[in-house]
Design a protein around this ligand. Structure first.
Ligand SMILES: [Zn+2]
Length: 162
């Protein structure tokens, strides 16, 4: 896996989720919420020199490129096609248990206490205890390989990404 890092504009939220699912450090609207919306483009042009900005906005793309900052213009509005476009950057799109899709934090193994706390709060039932679990400390959320995972793999196959 490459160590590329990303920041997605607000139009690419679903793409950001897929990049996180694939283990890539990807920021999106959670960092933009702190910025005055009128200054958002300038903020994206001038910051995050260590991240590739993924954007559907050609003007934003040109401005960042002019500054010599890493950027890729995403052309499609379809997330399957978008994934193909970003895979040209040499990254692998495939779900791995590494990052929280909600907040981008790195996942870790939960303690027994944490499992029980989430299981009770979210009414997960006993079967959860038998799963191989991962945990987001920030969201207090558990992750495991389930039906959703199989659907993701199906989606990637359908789009010729794996
Ligand atoms: Zn999280």
């Amino acid at each position: 896996m490459s160590d590329k890092k990303f920041i997605c504009d607000r139009m690419l939220k679903r793409l950001a989720v897929w990049l996180r699912l694939s283990g890539y450090d990807t920021l999106c609207d959670e960092v933009l919420e702190r910025v005055n919306p009128r200054k958002e483009d300038t903020y994206l042009v001038e910051n995050f020199a260590d991240r590739i900005l993924l954007t559907r906005d050609r003007e934003l793309y040109e401005r960042r490129k002019l500054k010599g900052m890493p950027v890729k213009l995403v052309k499609s509005s379809n997330v399957g096609e978008q994934l193909k476009e970003v895979s040209e950057l040499g990254i692998r799109i495939f779900p791995v248990m590494k990052r929280c899709t909600v907040c981008n934090s790195e996942l870790r193994k939960p303690t027994e206490e944490e499992i029980l706390e989430v299981a009770e709060r979210e009414n997960l039932g006993e079967h959860i205890l038998k799963k191989d679990l991962w945990y987001c400390e920030n969201c207090k959320k558990l992750y495991w390989v389930g039906g959703h995972w199989k659907n993701m793999v199906k989606f990637l196959k359908k789009h010729d990404l794996i």
